[in-house]
Design a protein around this ligand. Structure first.
Ligand code: C2E
Ligand code: MG
Ligand code: MG
Length: 631
């Protein structure tokens, strides 16, 4: 219930009027009723008593209303005080900075958060204009649109850069309201703002993360592509050239598999650092993923320049990486594509560099290759072949051929090497050199090698059962597979499933696969050796074997690469190399096996040098199992 002042006055007026009316009427009635002065006095006294009683009754009846009236003023004042006190507390304790100006834009009030954020004290800003805090980052049109919004809608909010007392500029999220009084006249402006520099920082961090590789801190593929596009546009304008180098660490997977991802990551980080040093400033370097890096050299006019850069990268990465207790040797293959001669778009440039990289990988790795147009055709062929190869496995188009291995001392077949072939429905018999590298790249090699191993073991068991005496069947293991830990399990399974005596199985791993990561190789070879099989190093002499390391390997046989046999018995270099390999093998108690013997003189020379085993067209080409000649 509420009683206004006007109501109260009206009530008091009515009461007075009634009182006067009562007293006047009762006086008139008394005078007309009695002439006796005593009776008149008594009557008047009774009248006053009745008036007092009536007044008391009236006051009693309306007491609630009166009390209410008197009390309400007091209550209103204390509520207002409370409300104001609360408003002030909120105003002062809020985390947002608050700034109030009068209608002329002069600051009349700021809160504590304002002082904390801006560094200004209240007395330093009262009476001043907010333009004092301008950062200089926004032009006049920016402030004009704020005033326009305030005029039109009475409110503006947005991001604004201001300057702290320290001079530092920082971003704010600010809301400004125009305050009008009851009559609609503009009275104040209130600005509420928060310091969003932390959020901005996070945003920047996020943007950085989206464009950089967290491990090496280098730009990622996204940023690399972006920069490449920009560089090409600029190069086109200035009629300059660019070179795109695509780098891939050779056999990095084996480091990851063998030593764990932590070591792999550490190595990648160090590689990133070294690359940064080699390429220097003005060259975009990026980690494109896994062990792949991209280099974009602007102002690279000639092939020679790009080649020089690639060579310096190869040499720098060849130096050992030492960290913790590890000393790792790695190599890198590089594909180069040039703008504008090879491609006009960044995307095509990358694709061409990838083709060139494949060429570098297939020509022995640890080198660079330049893009040529034929590579596109090759790349296309590769993609097609990869698809077909998958089908070939499903449709059983692969075949295992066997090539005899002879004991040169008694000129008898002592073993065979299993060599895979692809019986292509249109292309005929495809040699492994044409599809093994593709299978290695696509990962299909694991299935192929497992299949060949199984077939070879099965065939060997069959020969045993047929009474054909052979000391071993040799099976090639790809370097890709060699670095995988499951290899041991796979081989054990095949031996178990086929029932082949492990001593009749020989696994050939290439020298480069072993030397890529000798520590992993050592462990892997020991495990395989525990199965009871024989281990041979294939294509020996083509890698960069460390003789000391070779000595530690549980290997029983060295296969001299056919490249050295080809020059026998006349080429002095080949003679010297073959002699050294034979002497070396014997000194380490290993058997020596010469590949690619095509002539009788070669076989004779090798026999003279005490090389016990020989293989080559002179003795027999690889043939299906049924076509093998048993002497
Ligand atoms: P490799 O293991 O060194 O095999 C010897 C290669 O030399 C075979 O070629 C063989 O046909 C060839 N060869 C043998 N005697 C002579 C000769 O007197 N003169 C000449 N010019 N060549 C001779 P092929 O079968 O084409 O195999 C090539 C390579 O493919 C093999 O070299 C091996 O590294 C790889 N390979 C073959 N089969 C497999 C397989 O099942 N798995 C894996 N991972 N690789 C395989
Ligand atoms: Mg071989
Ligand atoms: Mg070989």
């Amino acid at each position: 219930m509420s009683v206004s002042v006007r109501d109260a006055l009206r009530m008091a007026g009515l009461y007075l009027l009634l009182s006067i009316l009562w007293l006047t009427l009762s006086e008139l009635v008394l005078q007309s009723m009695s002439e006796d002065p005593l009776a008149l006095t008594v009557g008047r006294q009774i009248n006053v008593v009745v008036w007092v009683l009536l007044s008391a009754l009236l006051i009693f009846v309306s007491r609630a209303r009166l009390l209410n009236f008197i009390g309400i003023g007091a209550r209103l004042r204390s509520e207002d005080r409370e409300r104001l006190r609360m408003a002030a507390a909120v105003f002062d304790s809020t985390l947002e900075g608050v700034l109030v100006t009068d209608r002329n834009g002069l600051i009349v009030h700021v809160n504590r958060a304002f002082m904390r954020i801006t560094g200004y004290q209240q007395d330093e800003v009262i009476g001043q204009r907010p333009s004092k805090f301008k950062s200089g980052r926004h032009g006049a049109p920016f402030y004009q649109q704020i005033y326009a919004a305030l005029n039109a809608k009475g409110e503006w909010s947005g991001e604004i850069w201001n300057r702290r007392k320290s001079g530092e500029i920082y971003p704010q999220w600010q809301t400004i309201c125009a305050i009008r009084d009851d009559s609609g006249e503009l009275s104040h402006y209130v600005a509420v703002f928060s310091d969003i520099s932390a959020i901005k920082h996070t945003e920047q961090e996020l943007a950085y993360l989206a464009h950089h590789d967290p491990l090496t801190g280098l730009p990622n593929r996204l940023l690399f592509n972006d920069r490449a596009e920009q560089a090409l546009a600029a190069a086109q304008l200035n009629k300059r050239g660019c070179a795109l180098l695509l780098l891939d660490l050779d056999h990095f997977q084996s480091i990851n598999d063998g030593l764990g991802h932590t070591i792999g990551d550490q190595l990648l980080k160090l590689v990133g650092e070294r690359l940064r040093e080699v390429v220097g400033n003005g060259v975009t370097l990026a980690r494109l993923g896994g062990d792949e890096f991209g280099v974009l050299a602007e102002n690279c006019q000639q092939v020679g320049q790009a080649g020089k850069l690639a060579q310096s990268i190869i040499e720098r990465l060849r130096e050992p990486f030492t960290f913790d207790d590890h000393r790792l040797f790695i190599s890198v293959s590089i594909g180069i594509s040039l703008f504008p001669s090879d491609a006009l778009s960044a995307e095509q440039l990358l694709r061409n560099a990838d083709s060139a990289l494949f060429k570098a990988k297939s020509s022995g790795r640890a080198c660079y290759a330049l893009y040529t147009e034929e590579l596109t055709a090759h790349a296309q062929h590769r993609v097609e072949t990869a698809g077909e190869l998958r089908r070939a496995l499903e449709q059983e188009e692969l075949r295992v051929f066997f090539q005899p291995v002879y004991d040169l001392f008694n000129a008898k077949m002592i073993g065979v090497e299993a060599l895979v072939r692809w019986q292509h429905p249109q292309r005929g018999l495809v040699p492994p050199g044409e599809f093994i590298p593709i299978a290695e790249r696509t990962g299909l090699i694991a299935e192929i090698d497992a299949w060949v191993l199984r077939q070879a073991c099965r065939q060997m068991v069959q020969w045993q059962q047929d009474g054909r005496v052979l000391a071993f069947v040799a099976v090639n293991i790809s370097s890709r597979l060699f670095s995988q830990r499951e290899l041991y399990r796979q081989v054990a399974d095949v031996l178990h499933d086929t029932g082949l005596d492990p001593s009749l199985l020989e696994l050939e791993v290439t020298e480069s696969a072993v030397m890529e990561d000798p520590e992993v190789a050592l462990e892997q070879l020991h495990r395989l050796r525990e199965l009871g099989l024989t281990l041979a190093i294939d294509d020996f002499g083509t890698g960069y074997s460390s003789l000391l390391r070779l000595k530690r390997l549980p290997v029983q046989k060295l296969k001299i690469d056919q490249g050295f046999v080809a020059g026998l018995p006349f080429d002095d270099d080949d003679i010297a190399i073959v002699r050294v390999i034979i002497a070396l093998a014997r000194s380490m108690g290993m058997q020596v096996h010469a590949e690619g013997i095509e002539q009788a003189e070669q076989a004779r020379f090798l026999l003279e040098q005490q090389c016990q085993l020989g293989q080559g067209y002179w003795f027999g080409r690889p043939v299906p199992a049924g076509d093998l000649h048993w002497g």
